[in-house]
Structures are given as C-alpha cells and as structure tokens.
Design a protein around this ligand. Sequence first.
Ligand code: SAH
Length: 397
Amino acid sequence: MPSKSAASSFPAVKISRRGAKRLQEGHVWVYRSDIASANRVAPGAAVCVTDERGKFLGTAFYSSASQIAIRMISPRAVADLPGLLRERIAAAISYRERVVRDTDAYRVIFSEADFLPGLIVDRYNDLLSLQILTQAMDTEPIRQVIVSELSQRLKPASITERVDPRIRELEQLPARPSGLIQGEGNSTIFTMNGVRFHYEGLEGQKTGAFLDQRENYAAAARHAHGEALDVFCYQGGFALHLAQSCSKVTAVDSSRPALEVADRNAALNNREIEWVEANAFDFLRDYADAGRRYDTIVLDPPAFAKSKSSLETAVRGYKELNLRALKMLRPGGILVTCCCSYHVSPAQYLDVVRDSARDVHRNLRLVENRTQAKDHPILLNIPETGYLKCLISYVTN
Ligand code: SAH
C-alpha cells in the first residue's frame, strides 16, 4: 500500500490555486504558470504535488522545460514507481486484448489516455515502436522498466525508438538518433481488416501508419461503391480498403515517398490503384473543372489547426476541401470526411460539413459519426485525448 512517508521521498512541487482547481476538475496537467515553487527539482523527476498550503494532491512527473510542467501519474502517494509503471503497462495491454479486433497493428500505449504520460507504443505485427515525449519517460531507470515490461509481455522481435527531434528540443533533452533499442529487424508486414501493409521501422516517413483510422477504414469500405477517390492517401490506408468494394480507386498525395510505399502495398494486396502525386487542393480544382465525378470520396488531410490561433484558417481549409469534394460526388455518392485537429471540435466540424453542403445545394444524410479507433482511448477528463472526427454521409440529391 502507498504510504505517506513514501510520498515525501519525492521532492515537493507547490502549485497555485488555479492549478489545484484544474486537478480537482479531473485534468492531469499543470502548466508552468501555475507552479508556485519547485525548488531543487531535477528535470524529469517524480514529484509530490501540493497546493499552496501544503495539502497533498498526488504524484506527478515534472518537466523543467515544457509548458506542461506537471503530468499527474496518481492521486495517491507512490511507494513503488517501477511497480506502478509495470501495472499500467499491463493494464494497457489487457485493455487492447478486449477492444482490438482484426489487426496485428495497433497502439499499445497512448500516453495520458493510458495513465502513462509521455509514452507512446505502437505494435506492427511482431515489432514495437516506441516514442518518448517527456523528460521523465526519458530517464534511464524508467526506460529500463518500460522496455523490460513490454518485452516480457509482448515478446516482440524488436523494439525501435522513433525520435522526434523537435520534441527532444522542447523538453531540453540531448539529441538522440532513432534506432533499434532491443532485438533485431525493423521491417515487417502487418495486416488490418484483411489488408496487408509494409512497415519500415526506421525508413520512410517518420510517422508509421495511421492506426487511429483503422476502424474508419473498415467503415468506409462498408459504404463505398463505384468510382472512388482517396484524397491525402499517404501509404494507401483508405484506398486499399476502398478497393475491396469499388470498381476503380484513384488516390492523391503530395508525398512521393508515401506514394512509393502505397504502390508496394497495392502490389502486396494484388490491387490496381491509380496513385497521383499532386497538391490536393489543385487536384480537386482541376479534376472538378474537367467534369470528373466520383461515387465515393475520402478526405483525410493533415491537421490544419496545430494551435488555437490557426483555427480560422484551418476551418477555411477544411471547408474548401469539403466543398470541392461535394461538387464532384454523384447523387447517391458517399463522402467520408475526416479531421484530426483537436482544436476543431466535433460540433465545429459538423458545421463545416453542413455549411459546405448548403453552399453547393447538396443534401447529406449522416450515416456514421465516428472518431479514433478504440486503441486510442479517449478520457473524458482529458479532452485533448480525443481528436479525430470521421463523418460518413450519403449525398441524397
Ligand atoms: N489517409 C492517410 C493519412 C493521411 S495523413 C491514412 O489513412 O494513412 C496526411 C497526408 O497528407 C500525408 O500523407 C501528407 O503527405 C499529405 N499532404 C499534406 N499536405 C498535402 C497537400 N497539400 N496535398 C496533398 N497531400 C498532402
């Protein structure tokens, strides 16, 4: 059992009344501006959080660099930190055993949403890919716990660390290359919903696959028909699923390396897909002007709103895409439209799609109002964990 004395073995961080209120409301972050004192606290230390009067509020990881200075790991005192981390990893794995179906690729650990702030682990068949986002998760003892627990429980052929240099800079962590941290081999083939994909742990684009769309791929394929267009196709996630139910699939992306993998993925599945390297906005305009029409269109752009301040421009971008797609859909067509910007709320995105349809005099029947796959859990007390919108509608006129 956690004991009070154990709590005091961690250095104390005092937070303001506003910070304490945020924690009481259920969030797990405290911003730097709400730190009242953090004397002699090492970067990445586990800390004991108190309010200004010294009342104990819980145990957290501290960052000396990030604007998010405190990420809570428990409302209680923690006597055995490695033990707690091992328990959390085990719980994350057993949650996936319950909710993940029809795939050997999924997110095993999703940071705050799995009570392991700063850690992301994805599984691609027998490979694990790990991302460390905070000072605390980067400390050697914690790295060792993570790697040993993941190896014991999942027995991967290898574990690769993917480093985002920008995040290490923000956290004031020394530069470090991406690379294998355990085992051998960093390429594999994974399968989701019966569709096969190449995966290169270190080569190609940094991001890996978009596992959060896995359930939406299957949903899109259930509704899709006729001639289909996948806009922002990356390595062909939607396109290859659409090919299961459509007579012809065209897919567009501006990244040549992504399209090269997409083409290899098509060959792996014995599918013919027309890959087009183009700016999506230009492509949609040119094809619409040329009178091209489709029965199914998927829009899955990158996040246009990276912060609150870019919201207005982002909404304009989303609207333009939806307008152009709607103009090109035949009556009875299917629109699958996605938005992965956290800053655009589900209600705002519905407004974007509704306004676009009204502007081009199309009626939409919303048949699926979807979000990210269940291996990317959404914690209601941490709104930032829910970010993906995926609306599937029928054009009725
Ligand atoms: N639908 C994909 C994920 C898309 S991610 C999947 O399910 O796997 C966003 C993609 O948009 C990236 O592949 C990126 O290369 C591409 N992209 C970004 N800006 C673009 C633009 N202006 N025109 C075309 N593609 C673009």
